[in-house]
Ligand binder design. Sequence first.
Ligand code: PFF
Length: 512
Amino acid sequence: MDNNRSSWGSNLGFLLAAIGSAVGLGNIWGFPYKMGKSGGFTFLIVYLLLAIFVGMIIMVSELAVGRKTKLSPIDAYQKVSKKFAWIGWLATIAPFLIMSFYTVLGGYCLQYIALNMTKLSFGNDSVAMGGGDVFGAMLTTPIGCVVFTTLFIIICMVIVQGGVSGGIEKFNKVGMPALFVMLLIIIVRSLTLPNAAEGLKFMFVPGYAVKAGFIEKAPDLITVLGTAGGQMFFSLSLAMGAILTYGSYLSKEENLVKNSVIIVAADTLIALMAGIAVIPAAVSYGLNQGMAPGEITLRGPGLLFITLQDVFSNMGKLGPLFGVIFYVLVLIAAISSAISLMETIAAHWIDKDLEKGETDTRQRNVLIVSLLILLEAVVVAADGLGSNFSPASLLGIKTVPTFLDCFLDFMDCWSEGIAMPLGAMIMALMIGWENTPDLVLDEVAHGDPSQGFKAFYRLCVKFIVPIVMAFVLAGQMIDFFGGNQIIWYVVAFALLVIFWIVAAVGKKPEQA
Ligand code: PFF
């Protein structure tokens, strides 16, 4: 079956595709705000330490398991683990759930490109509403959202049907450099706006967010750890099967450690650049409008689709042009991430067909996966981030925990909130204790035999990653479910202890 399985055209192609998967909405609307809120440079240092000691380890592990087995997540984990084969399902269902809202957000980008193009052609007053009104009108028109979500899914489907090197690699080879150039253009524009320095101070100066009134209270260190860990995992596309799947198409000669360092560095650089592009512009606009710093929306859909649209509408004649450039940039980031999720899901069925000797089933399988994604995305598109209905309203619940706010949060809770930290924790325990770290290190050694890395890897995969993941899991549960924090820490650490015992006790599996 190996002979017919897809592969990357080049290592550079793989790198751009993996960076494309990593660089997404998380970099633009999550990282800058969390950094500002959580102490600027202090957050950056915590984030980087976590990326080195935890993110890098999981990334190398996923790439190694993928390349070693040359299989998609469900079959790959079945091959390397007796006790935890089921995390392959977590790593396939989680991307499916993420796609339910990622595609809707991609659809919003398409609508905003159209809106700014209209303004560009017919003048800024042609659609003279503020960002909040435009967004509200869009959310309460479910039909429009469903149509544009469908369009976004079709774009992704066509790319993934094109194949690993013929579709995904090709898109990223053009898309990633284009995204970089567009980001530079927006950065220059953003930094030359009045009061832009306030935005930079919010992001970089420790304590400034509280001092200037952007937020009321700085989070404590444990909360920062959970926030930075969750953000880092989502941003690097880890524990969702995507990196494992991309690794399964990689040639034996490539150096997995070096590749991982490049992906982590590029993703962090783009997250910082995205922050410098959007936060100063948003802060500048808000302050110039006489808003108090605490009133400016600097995160999530509100940042992208309300605050920044206001920025472009108030920029004068060239505003819509910058608007088009910006939303095309966000669209490219969304597509390059969404195609990695779609590929991860479809790869399972493509592999199964190959096993049966059926080749060329990519088109059909990707079409079926796209239709299934459309079915769930319709619900998220129609609820309009809770404007039209929500899980809470359907259940008739009054005090609403975050995960029942809207279907986006509901899907995000099970994927990013639970499956991701749990999957990463168990993966580390599976490699470190059920197997031996040599499972990964032997594979890595094709490109990197360094002893230093081996010692570092063993320490991290056996101890540091599982413990940090328990903190991240607790942090996510606190965010999504609320209630007593201590209870969630107890739950997360109880799960850690149980899985640790399960992993360590009994016979080691034969090496795949
Ligand atoms: N890394 C993407 C982002 O930052 O938006 C999201 C993502 C893509 C998560 C692919 C997980 C994944 F497998």
